[in-house]
Design a protein around this ligand. Structure first.
Ligand code: HEM
Length: 186
């Protein structure tokens, strides 16, 4: 959180810092160009979506018999379930540190964003049925995060157990207990 706060202070213009909901034309909406400068925040959101995809699994059905790249034969109209939750945690896909929350994996050596193919980072689905709201969702999450991180310190309550509850939409089994304190700017 401290790193994101530092990035906000360094990279955002005074106007956006004062009100991140303002756009360049003065209307009451997002400021996408400014928010693109927050690469660490982008990496942190991608890591959260990789480890905890809001849609943890999906299904597909082939219209005719087929053979998957793995060699498995599939019948027409059979239902293939696949786990986005597992894909985001596979060492063979993300490396030995797959279970670690590391926003850095989304940032290149020269500080630009690392693009991961949508078939690897599947939280927004891929192909013709990919999420139509992906960009809007990223902007909304960044805007809200900036607003909160600028003014508050949020800490997970000591001893709180973080466990997902399997469902069509991923929930937190025990919720998320946090302490929120206002940052004093002296
Ligand atoms: C973090 C936020 C979001 C995540 C993780 C997400 C994820 C997904 C996923 C996985 C699908 C594919 C569902 C399937 O085919 O089974 C999907 C589809 C879709 N999403 Fe999102 N979504 C998010 C936010 C949004 C927002 C904010 C909008 C609208 C502004 C949106 C609009 C859509 C639409 C219209 C589809 C259907 C696309 C199609 O089937 O052609 N999503 N989303």
């Amino acid at each position: 959180m401290a790193k994101i706060r530092q990035e906000i202070n360094t990279n955002l213009s005074p106007r956006t810092k004062a009100d991140v909901f303002n756009s360049d034309d003065g209307s009451d909406s997002f400021n996408p160009q400014e928010l693109k400068k927050l690469v660490y925040l982008h990496g942190a959101i991608c890591e959260a979506l990789r480890l905890y995809p809001p849609l943890p699994f999906q299904h597909k059905s082939p219209t005719k018999p087929d053979v998957l790249p793995s060699g498995h034969k599939v019948e027409a109209n059979s239902k293939i379930l696949f786990s986005l939750y597992s894909l985001g945690r596979m060492k063979s896909v993300w490396g030995e540190d797959a279970l670690e929350f590391k926003p850095e994996r989304w940032i290149s050596k020269n500080g630009t964003l690392v693009h991961e193919p949508s078939y690897k980072f599947l939280s927004f689905n891929a192909g013709p049925r990919t999420c139509l709201g992906k960009e809007v969702a990223m902007m909304q999450m960044k805007t809200v995060a900036v607003k909160i991180i600028q003014s508050y310190e949020v800490k997970v309550a000591e001893g709180h157990k973080i466990e997902p509850a399997p469902s069509v939409i991923l929930h937190m089994k025990h919720g998320l207990k946090v302490t929120v304190s206002k940052i004093c700017l002296v």
